[in-house]
Design a protein around this ligand. Structure first.
Ligand code: 5GP
Length: 202
């Protein structure tokens, strides 16, 4: 029997080091990160179809109307959304699909896919988060302030997730992530098919 992959929501305020965490996690072939569509402009070094599908407002709205999204949300003046084509074909193949999305989208996924595992990555403090954003240096001061304010708001949603992982030391945060996924794989709720199969073959 081929077990379906698990849908994993991975939310982290800007500057929480989620990019570095994901790069580590994705070294494991059992995981894939969905490529979202967005109307924001690419940052230096970002590639269309790899980091995001960079599309216009008009195209985004058309694809929403055509029912192509699992969820979508507005964030800092732009649209972001998860395409169904980035999710279901991979879950069917047994791959765990990670959605790196913000909190509004996460809450929508919770409603439409109740089996999804919701993981929130928190910074050790808001001060540290601001420091990391300045260090990254990819945004203007105004955008950094906007993002720190958005992050503060996002942190208030953390208790609605299944797990909260603090990204203080990268290695620990990554190993916490794998521990959470492993525990969930062993959760009795997701093993009924296996138990039935064992009983049938007894
Ligand atoms: P950034 O502009 O820094 O790449 O992303 C800004 C925010 O949008 C991040 O919190 C990121 O998690 C979120 N985001 C990226 N893709 C999606 C998506 O498909 N749906 C939703 N709801 N949020 C997304």
């Amino acid at each position: 029997m081929k077990t379906k992959g698990r849908l994993i929501v991975f939310s982290a305020p800007s500057g929480c080091g989620k990019g570095t965490m994901l790069a580590e996690i994705l070294k494991d072939e059992q995981f894939r990160c969905s490529v979202s569509a967005t109307t924001r402009k690419p940052r230096e070094g970002e590639t269309d179809g790899v980091n995001y599908y960079f599309i216009t407002n008009e195209e985004f709205e058309k694809r929403v109307a055509d029912g192509e999204f699992l969820e979508h949300a507005g964030y800092c003046d732009h649209y972001y959304g998860t395409l169904l084509s980035e999710v279901d074909p991979y879950l069917e193949k047994g791959i765990n699909v990670i959605l790196e999305i913000e909190v509004q989208g996460a809450m929508k996924v919770r409603e439409s896919r109740p089996d999804a595992l919701l993981v929130f990555i928190a910074p050790p403090s808001v001060q540290e988060l601001s420091r990391r954003l300045h260090k990254r240096g990819t945004e203007s001061e105004e955008v950094i302030e906007q993002r720190v304010a958005a992050s503060y708001k996002e942190l208030t949603f953390a208790p609605k997730y299944d797990y909260i992982i603090v990204n203080d030391a990268l290695e620990d945060a990554v190993s916490d992530f794998f521990a959470v996924v492993r525990a969930e794989q062993l959760n009795a709720k997701f093993q009924s098919e296996f138990i039935n199969e064992v009983l049938e073959n007894a």
